[in-house]
Design a protein. Structure first.
Lengths: 260, 266
């Protein structure tokens, strides 16, 4: 029965995307508009635009900076968030300041960091990404640590669990909230990856797309937009895969709680 | 619960605002001391007091208010368009199972596309006019609202829906009396998320594309070496973000109070 279901589900899932792409292809086929080149032209431009040199010098460095900044934010955010969340006094002390820092729209970090370090090197871009991703992770980690079950905490204390075991317990308990923060941070990270490359003379995925736009290489620009879109989809898919595996216990618990 | 924890948490709650204020003052003091002591070059980070006096000066300048107005107008307009489009599309798609099944994969694909990818396109079409910012803001905020509305519509109690159908409620009555109350808390969550995303994209568009507003003022101040003004404007944008978050949360509390009070009686 499941096998019989499979083709139907495939049609339902893939139907609309295929229809939309075919529609785009047909409608744009005889387009002479400068901004909206035929999809066939864009597809033909894709391999020559994004192979060899651009992959090595634009796409991979962008992704490396995103990864570095994101991981720094993840470790720093979880570490600081756990510390702040564990102490009510520290939390009360820091919360308004953190709320303010979180509320600053991350793109304005770019000009501020440019004041310090200029904006040509990789370091300033990694710092931008890390600082932008930090706040959602940190605040969610604080919230996650705070909302750990009282009973769980007291039990750990009664059993005199060691520091390591307690820390594991706290991190596990906070991990669903940390995952929420990490998901928000990921989309901010992608935005900052692109924005940080638009300042000054740079290389990178975002810089390359704007270069195409300034040079009026419209089909190439479109390939860049599509590549960036695919990247966003791939990263969110990857995130969901990791989340699905690491938080399997949490889903099970929630289902049990609901009595399903 | 014993009575023991109550006074403890009460005393902490009483201390909380004071401690928070202390934290803010401490942060300001650090920003004041770092440049004054020479640990950080004051060309990069001016003392906090001069940021504040620059901020006070800005409040008397007409350009500042024009920029603030531009940012707020773009943010509010984009948010309103995204809310209306998201709610209409969400209720429509969510209440028709066929549409929901067919569009699910497309929505999952379009949602994570970063709206900054559209920057080159809107620059070509609109240049640095406010429409550029509007497109980016609406695209980013729309998905936040749509996805929440879809969750909300899916959350409708099947028994309630079947009851309404058995009593032959018309489609519009079902939407008003069954669907809307269930979906409202989700819609408000979507509003809160969309409000802060919309501000981020509005500022981004101003900073990168040069749409008139606070973001552009920051970019101009930074590139012309007006360091203190840059920081003063960043503080303004941060306060704007705090105000947006706080007012979104206030709206949420209002709506949810009604919601939880109903559920409390059940």
């Amino acid at each position: 029965m499941r096998f019989a279901d499979l083709p139907r589900r495939m049609i339902v899932a893939l139907g609309l995307p295929i229809v939309l792409i075919v529609l785009w292809w047909l409608v744009s086929a005889r387009s002479t508009s400068f901004f909206w080149p035929p999809l066939s032209t864009i597809v033909r431009a894709f391999p020559e635009t994004w192979t060899g040199d651009p992959i090595l010098h634009d796409v991979l460095p962008s992704l490396a900076r995103l990864t570095a900044g994101y991981l720094i934010a993840l470790f720093a955010g979880v570490a600081a968030g756990t510390a702040i969340g564990s102490s009510p006094t520290l939390r009360a002390l820091c919360e308004p300041t953190l709320e303010f820092l979180r509320a600053v729209p991350p793109p304005v970090l770019v000009p501020v960091i440019a004041l310090f370090a200029g904006y040509t090197g990789s370091t300033s871009k990694v710092i931008t990404i890390a600082l932008g991703c930090l706040w959602p992770i940190l605040l969610n980690a604080v919230e996650g640590v705070r909302s750990i079950d009282e009973v769980l905490r007291d039990t750990a204390r009664s059993y005199r669990l060691g520091r390591r075991a307690t820390l594991t317990m706290v991190l596990r308990g906070a991990s669903p909230r940390i995952a929420t923060g990490a998901r928000q941070a990921l989309s901010i990270g992608v935005i900052l990856m692109v924005i940080s490359e638009l300042f000054g003379a740079n290389r990178g995925l975002g810089a390359a797309i704007v270069q195409f736009q300034r040079g009026f290489a419209i089909p190439q620009m479109w390939t860049g937009i599509i590549l960036l879109g695919v990247l966003g989809v791939a990263l969110s898919g990857l995130f969901r895969l990791v989340e699905h595996r690491t938080l399997a216990w949490y889903r099970g618990q929630r289902q049990a709680d609901r009595g399903a | 619960m014993t009575t023991l924890p109550v006074p403890r948490s009460l005393s902490l709650r009483a201390r909380q605002p004071a401690l928070g204020l202390l934290g803010l003052v401490g942060a300001a003091a650090v920003v004041e001391v770092l440049p004054r002591s020479g640990l950080v070059d004051s060309r990069f980070l001016p003392p906090f007091s001069s940021m504040v006096s620059e901020l006070a000066h800005q409040l008397t300048v007409g350009e500042f208010w024009a920029a603030l107005g531009g940012t707020l107008r773009g943010w509010a307009l984009g948010l309103a368009v995204a809310m209306i489009a998201g709610i209409v599309a969400g209720v429509l798609i969510g209440s028709i199972p066929f549409l929901r099944a067919v569009t699910a994969s497309t929505i999952e694909f379009l949602r994570p596309i970063p709206s900054v990818a559209l920057i080159p396109l809107v620059v070509l079409i609109y240049g640095s006019r406010p429409q550029s910012a509007l497109v980016l803001v609406v695209y980013a905020a729309f998905w936040q609202v749509l996805v929440q509305v879809l969750y909300g519509v899916a959350d409708v109690d099947p028994v309630v829906r079947d009851t309404a159908r058995s009593y032959r409620f018309s489609r519009s009555t079902i939407i008003r009396k069954v669907l809307w109350p269930t979906a409202l808390p989700y819609i408000v969550t979507g509003f809160r998320l969309a409000a802060s995303v919309a501000l981020i994209l509005q500022i981004t568009a101003e900073l990168i594309i040069g749409v008139p507003g606070l973001g552009r003022s920051i970019g101009v101040a930074q590139s012309s070496g007006a360091v203190t003004e840059t920081y003063a404007l960043v503080i303004v944008v941060g306060l704007l973000g705090v105000a947006v978050n706080a007012s979104a949360r206030a709206v949420e509390r209002r709506v949810l109070r009604w919601h939880t009070s109903v559920r409390g009686e059940l």
